[in-house]
Write a protein that binds this ligand. Structure first.
Ligand SMILES: Nc1ncnc2c1ncn2[C@@H]1O[C@H](COP(=O)(O)OP(=O)(O)OP(=O)(O)O)[C@@H](O)[C@H]1O
Length: 333
């Protein structure tokens, strides 16, 4: 399955970016007080060009969703700036935000909670159009067209969300995000709640619609394999900071930063033979008879002596421990 189209790869590098994020810092805290906590996002900068998909990857808690929320106006920015189509959008008043809401849309992880259970699919899809002044009959007609575009029958407009499967609901969420013909869609883990074959279908759908409609995506995910399928460029975040960035092929095939290597190693490979070979190689690199599973259970036995141990091998996140221990950069492995 190839999801990177020649058109989107050829996105004009000189075109004005759809989104420019500059030196973004976000600290959580009470809105009434100056936030003083640690920075959830710490000096992040990037741009997205028309037709481009930028992947934002990182382990849980690295700040991905916080960045997505700031772009959508759901999280206050401590310092730095966010520009959308040349206009500064951080700190916009709610009225100005509402105008923006048709051009800047989102698809979230959970297809069960992202749709109002009491609204028919037609009403859910029509809502963002009605807000921008489209007449009801016209909005419902466009809802039917959009449903067809995401592979669902036109008569789905009359049904309720509970009458659809998880994958179908995510298609409806995609339809709802795209019905206003936005220029940028923030996709926050849009397939991580779906099984593997449904994931592939929804990723294909997102890629087809991007190319058909000339959309740009900020594609947030923790799974590198998923990002590889859709993004032309990728940014790797760790504790709110950019660890590595570049073309998806360059970052994934020649990861420089140990943390990127760890994320790649933790990402499942669809081919079970390749996966088994990778596990065998990983275990064969370990010394003193320590196995990946024992490291997974106890933490790296060399942590006290390893210069990288504080960041990786002693991680509190069990999923990363065996991956960290498999790093070529590890002095002991
Ligand atoms: N509402 C909040 N109040 C205080 N701290 C928060 C809040 N939301 C997130 N954080 C903290 O900000 C940091 C970044 O969280 P964020 O949700 O952006 O990470 P993430 O990379 O999206 O993680 P995940 O993949 O698990 O969604 C974390 O340390 C988190 O605990």
């Amino acid at each position: 399955m190839t999801l990177l189209s020649p058109q989107s790869l050829a996105a004009d590098a000189a075109a004005q970016p759809v989104l420019e994020v500059e030196n973004l810092v976000i600290r959580y805290g009470r809105p009434t007080r100056r936030p003083t906590g640690p920075a959830a996002v710490d000096g992040v900068s990037f741009t997205i060009r028309p037709g481009e998909t930028l992947g934002l990857v990182g382990e849980s808690g690295s700040g991905k969703t916080t960045i997505g929320k700031a772009i959508l106006g759901l999280q206050a920015v401590t310092s730095g700036s966010i520009r959308f189509e040349g206009q500064q959008i951080d700190g916009l008043k709610p009225k100005a935000r509402r105008v923006l809401a048709t051009k800047l849309r989102a698809v979230f992880q959970d297809p069960y909670s992202s749709l109002n259970p009491r609204l028919s699919i037609g009403d859910s899809l029509a809502e963002p159009l009605l807000v921008s002044g489209v007449r009801r009959e016209e909005a419902l007609l466009r809802a039917e067209d959009m449903l067809e575009q995401v592979g669902l029958p036109r008569d789905a407009v009359t049904r309720l969300p509970r009458q659809f499967s998880g994958g179908q609901r995510q298609r409806i969420a995609v339809a709802r995000a795209l019905i206003t013909r936005p220029s940028l869609v923030v996709c926050d883990e849009p397939v991580s709640a779906l099984d593997l074959s449904t994931q592939a279908q929804v990723l294909n759908l997102l890629a087809d619609l991007r190319d058909e409609l000339g959309l740009s995506y900020l594609f947030i995910a923790h799974d590198m394999a998923v990002v590889r399928m859709l993004a032309q460029r990728v940014i790797v975040l760790y504790r709110g900071q950019v660890m590595e960035e570049g073309s998806t092929a360059a970052v994934m095939d020649d990861a420089r930063h140990p943390f990127t290597q760890a994320l790649l190693a933790a990402s499942p490979v669809p081919d079970p033979i390749a996966q088994a070979e990778r596990r065998r190689l990983r275990e064969s690199r370990l010394v003193d008879g320590a196995s990946a599973s024992s490291i997974s259970a106890t933490g790296c036995p060399f942590a006290a002596r390893c210069p990288m141990a504080t960041e990786l091998c002693r991680t509190e996140r069990p999923a990363l421990r065996p991956a960290a221990a498999s790093l070529a950069a590890c002095h002991y492995a």
